[in-house]
Design a protein around this ligand. Structure first.
Ligand SMILES: C[S@@+](CC[C@H](N)C(=O)[O-])C[C@H]1O[C@@H](n2cnc3c(N)ncnc32)[C@H](O)[C@@H]1O
Length: 328
């Protein structure tokens, strides 16, 4: 059972009871607003039941246009690994250069560059003009790609327009996973599929771990936080999309990050799981992390060596006969 509440999603017995009660309240029709509020307060999820999935951002969070300039430097999945990954997806699904691909929330087009390089036709959409400008400026002669303004919650293309959709780091920005997945399912042809790309451990730095521990101590991180991967898989399953997990854990790389860089990422609030933390406490805790790490030998110039790996999930849209569709 999934639904949206002002700070995220919740699930479980209390959520089921809440939605049943809501239905009853609306069927009876007496004072629905007051009774709904009452029901929410009695049955609301306890903090440990929340699954953080929110687009609640602090007012001082830089907008995506401001962040576009350095986005590429943080999105450092090596292009050759992505290329290998797409080759494996092709072997499994029959995805080839005749496929039309939609790169949803394309950003600077990092994820679809290897696809265009191998001849795929890619359309990218994003809400940020600065991101799109960078994506278009990177197009090379012979590539079939165009990057245009578009919103993942209301995709401008008609149904069945694409064979493949790619998403990465989208749903934490949006919050309404259900609306996005419905849109993805709509624009895909039957038998088409969504590729969800994730770089596991790409930001698992020492400052972030310290910050996470502090948030945890103060009760800001849900104990049952299952992460965005779990949320995506739950939402797609409600659309009868077949989930294929592709093991690409051997596609890994190494990157270094100074404590100073990680603290800057935290200062810019790039990590959505912390967006629920009230601003004053956020700044306080970040100050403490910074002070503590600055006192260590090497200070803020100390480097973390991170070992990210690729994680890929595929969600296939059923063929009309409700058979899981795999091309080829
Ligand atoms: C963290 S970046 C990821 C970019 C790209 N998918 C990648 O992995 O390199 C998130 C992107 O989502 C875009 N975005 C946020 N909300 C969106 C929406 N409703 N529709 C389309 N794009 C959106 C932002 O502008 C930003 O470019």
């Amino acid at each position: 059972m999934w639904d949206r509440h002002p700070h995220g999603y919740f699930e479980g017995r209390r959520a089921k009871l809440f939605f049943k009660t809501m239905k009853l309240i609306h069927r009876v029709g007496v004072a629905p607003d007051i009774l709904t509020t009452l029901a929410y307060w009695v049955l609301r999820p306890r903090r440990s039941e929340w699954i953080v999935m929110t687009n609640t951002r602090r007012e001082d969070t830089p907008d995506r246009d401001t962040l576009a300039a350095w986005h590429d430097s943080t999105r450092d999945i090596p292009a050759d690994l992505l290329g290998d990954c797409y080759t494996r997806i092709g072997a499994l699904t029959g995805m080839d250069s005749t496929c039309k691909v939609l790169d949803v929330n394309c950003g600077t087009s990092r994820l679809s560059t290897p696809l265009m390089d191998s001849g795929h036709e890619v359309t990218g959409i994003d809400t940020s003009s600065a991101m799109l400008e960078q994506a278009n400026s990177q197009l090379q002669t012979g590539w079939r790609g165009s990057f245009v303004h578009g919103d993942a919650t209301r995709i401008q293309f008609p149904e069945h327009s694409f064979d493949v959709a790619i998403i990465s780091r989208l749903l934490l920005n949006i919050g309404n996973a259900g609306q996005v997945t419905q849109e993805l399912s709509r624009i895909l042809r039957p038998g088409g599929f969504v590729i969800v790309v994730h770089a596991k451990n790409a930001f698992d730095s020492t400052p972030r771990r310290h910050f996470r521990d502090m948030c945890d101590e103060r009760g800001y991180l849900p104990q049952r936080h299952k992460g965005v991967r779990y949320v995506i898989s739950s939402v797609f399953s409600t659309l009868n999309m077949t989930h294929l997990q592709l093991d690409v854990s051997d596609l890994k790389w190494t990157k270094t990050m100074t404590y100073r860089e990680s603290i800057e990422h935290l200062r810019l609030q790039l990590h959505a799981e912390f967006w629920l933390v009230p601003p004053v406490e956020y700044d306080q805790m970040l100050g403490q992390v910074q002070e503590k790490l600055a006192r260590q030998p090497g200070g803020l110039e100390t480097e973390d060596i991170l070992n990210p790996t690729l994680e890929v999930d595929l969600y296939m849209k059923p063929e009309p006969a409700h058979e899981p569709g795999v091309r080829g």
